[in-house]
Design a protein around this ligand. Structure first.
Ligand code: 5GP
Ligand code: ZN
Length: 135
């Protein structure tokens, strides 16, 4: 896709700090990291959200995420990780090219990845469960 920053990275038109590359996948350091080692795993093909990713490709991506996480764990010894994928703008997806964040976390790193918890009653929960199951 012409205007997509991650397509440009995938085709080498703009540089990145590459960590892993295969025929279909690229992983590189995030340019504005939450912490040291924060990186992104992307498909080279322009696909926007998780439901568009073929299963075989998604499987390869999650394997790459796992391997990178293990590698960063050995290298930087963080205290934990967040593995995050935002889908669509209202969910915080700023770059509309599918990507999985690998974010090393450190005790007292000052980062917050959180949401406001709702309390739904049992009847409403069951209604939602049924709607999901019948679609
Ligand atoms: P999103 O909010 O879409 O889930 O995350 C997009 C991420 O891409 C952000 O963390 C942002 O810092 C990163 N990013 C945006 N543009 C570039 C770029 O040109 N190079 C790299 N390496 N990361 C980028
Ligand atoms: Zn793209």
């Amino acid at each position: 896709m012409e205007d997509c920053i991650f397509c440009k990275i995938a085709t080498g038109k703009i540089p990145c700090a590459k960590l892993h590359e295969s025929k279909e996948i690229l992983a590189f350091l995030d340019i504005a990291p939450a912490n040291k080692g924060h990186c992104l795993v992307i498909p080279k093909k322009h696909l926007e959200t998780i439901t568009e990713i073929p299963d075989a490709l998604l499987s390869k991506m999650i394997t790459a995420v796992k391997e990178l996480t293990a590698r960063i764990d050995r290298a930087l010894k963080p205290d934990g990780f967040n593995i995050i994928n935002n889908n669509k703008k209202p969910a915080g997806q700023l770059v509309p090219h599918f990507h999985i964040h690998v974010i090393p976390r450190f005790i007292n790193d000052g980062q917050e990845i959180t949401w406001k918890a709702n309390t739904f009653d049992g009847e409403y929960m069951e209604k939602i469960r049924q709607i999901i199951l019948t679609n």
